[in-house]
Design a protein around this ligand. Structure first.
Ligand SMILES: [Zn+2]
Ligand SMILES: [Zn+2]
Length: 465
């Protein structure tokens, strides 16, 4: 059989790897969206390098857009096989894909209004909110740990990947020409000790492993430091009567921060400051989290569930829905904590809050996630930059800015080394979901300690296994 990466090959987004059996059976692991530079991404997302009708099954690692974001397009173009994923991933995908469809529609409206026909990126939105609703009929939920049939001669099992709620690594057992072959796929590998979810499992023995390498050459700070940094920022800003503004990713990071704030409040380590989650998408995701206690770790159980205590709801927290409620926050004096999307400040309500708050030195903007180049979020955390442009107007950066990077949901270099080295019987290691600057040093380190052949394929490169 062959393994062919159709995305996340020497890059981070667009996760999609095909297993093509000699019998002609074709299985996709993930079917994600390419993100980043808009024009390039639009072109890469529009076309699949295969006919979706020829694919027999999809097995999905988790609900982040770069892993699930092209399923509605696959469905729209005729794919009618199953999409296997954990139950939590299924419910999260429903929320995230509808939001994504809505954004594709709005983007399209904007392009049609502001660009001449000749410059329009493609004919119509990539997919609509309705397409996202329609494609959910092919999703099939699975329990962690259960073996399920993918197609004739192929079964699979999901294990904890410790990345976000519902996220899984997977093992596939494939019988080809009478021989059993085991293939592992890490999905996005998480870290030990992240709030809410369990730690990543070890990968069982496999001959071939497809493994992410996002931070193949970076060491993360300890996750415990994140909570302490957050606590210090809140105490300091509250003393000045200022507001803490947190641009937050709606899926997982927002819930992790609310969880940590709840723990800090229960321990009386933060003052009684109102906390406003100003993101309807984050509220919907939080509702899904509450439906899936099967994903939680021991701390979550002992501190909250065992006491029938909702981790995401406590006396200081309020979730807003309407735009009027959001605008009203401008007229409410600090101290206050406001969390709003989008994470990199490229869209959503966060930009309205930033334009109102960034010129007041009592306030603090706290970045808690990765800020890509050329985004407003990156300009805010870059200490060299003193002015930012929001809605075509320039603002002086007078608010304090703090970057807490210890919340990362990805394994770092030490985590990746130990995860891969522990895999018994490994013969072929295929590194994906990382840029070469991160992947190459990982491969160089592993060459000395791991006997497997190491591949760093480009898109569409075929690897015989
Ligand atoms: Zn992810
Ligand atoms: Zn990813």
């Amino acid at each position: 059989m062959k393994i062919i990466p159709h995305g996340a090959a020497q890059e981070v987004t667009g996760s999609c790897h095909e297993i093509r059996l000699n019998s002609g059976v074709r299985i996709l692991l993930d079917c994600g969206l390419f993100q980043g530079h808009r024009k390039l991404a639009v072109a890469k997302n529009a076309e699949f390098p295969f006919d979706p009708k020829d694919i027999n099954a999809v097995v999905l690692s988790h609900a982040h857009a770069d892993h699930v974001g092209r399923i509605p397009l696959l469905y729209k173009q005729g794919y009618r096989g199953a999409v296997h994923c954990t139950y939590a991933t299924k419910d999260l995908a429903d929320v995230m894909l509808q939001d994504s469809g809505y954004i594709h529609e709005k983007d399209e409206e904007y392009f049609c209004k502001h660009l001449p026909d000749s410059m329009l990126p493609c004919g119509g939105p990539l997919y609509t909110q309705q397409d996202a609703i329609d494609c959910m009929e092919i999703f099939q939920g699975q329990n962690y740990g259960d073996w399920f049939n993918v197609c004739d001669g192929v079964k699979a099992q999901f294990l904890d990947s410790g990345h976000i709620v519902g996220a899984a690594m997977m093992v596939l057992e494939i019988i080809e020409d009478g021989t059993l072959h085991r293939i592992g796929f890490s999905g996005d590998l998480g870290r030990n000790m992240l709030p809410i979810i369990r730690n990543p499992s070890d990968m069982p023995p496999v001959e071939t492993l497809i493994c992410e390498s996002t931070y193949g050459n970076r060491k993360h700070e300890d996750i415990q430091t994140a909570k302490h940094q957050l606590q210090k920022v809140i105490v300091d800003t509250a003393k000045r009567g200022g507001k803490v503004v947190i641009p937050a990713f709606s899926l997982e990071r927002t819930q992790e921060i609310v969880y940590d704030l709840h723990v800090l409040w229960d321990a009386k380590e933060i003052p009684a400051v109102p906390i406003v989650i100003d993101s309807p998408l984050a509220s919907r995701v939080t509702d899904v989290f509450m439906k899936h206690p099967e994903c939680y770790d021991k701390d979550m159980y002992e501190k909250f569930l065992a006491k029938a205590h909702n981790p995401f709801q406590f006396s200081l927290v309020r979730y807003t829905e309407s735009v009027d409620e959001s605008k009203e926050l401008n007229n409410t004096p600090g101290p206050m904590i406001i969390m709003a999307g989008s994470g990199m400040c490229e869209a959503g309500r966060i930009r309205h809050h930033l334009k109102n708050l960034i010129e007041d030195s009592r306030n603090t903007v706290v970045a808690v996630g990765y800020m890509a180049e050329n985004t407003l979020g990156r300009s805010i955390i870059d200490k060299e930059i003193t002015e930012v442009t929001i809605f075509q107007k320039t603002y002086e950066k007078k608010a304090e800015t703090v970057y807490i990077n210890a919340y990362s949901g990805h394994a770092d270099m030490a985590d990746l080394d130990s995860f891969i080295c522990k895999v018994e019987g490994l013969q072929k290691l295929i590194l994906v979901h990382g840029e070469l600057v991160q992947m190459q040093p990982l491969a160089d380190r592993l060459k000395n300690v791991c006997k497997a052949e190491i591949y760093m394929p480009e898109r569409e490169e075929e690897i015989e296994v």
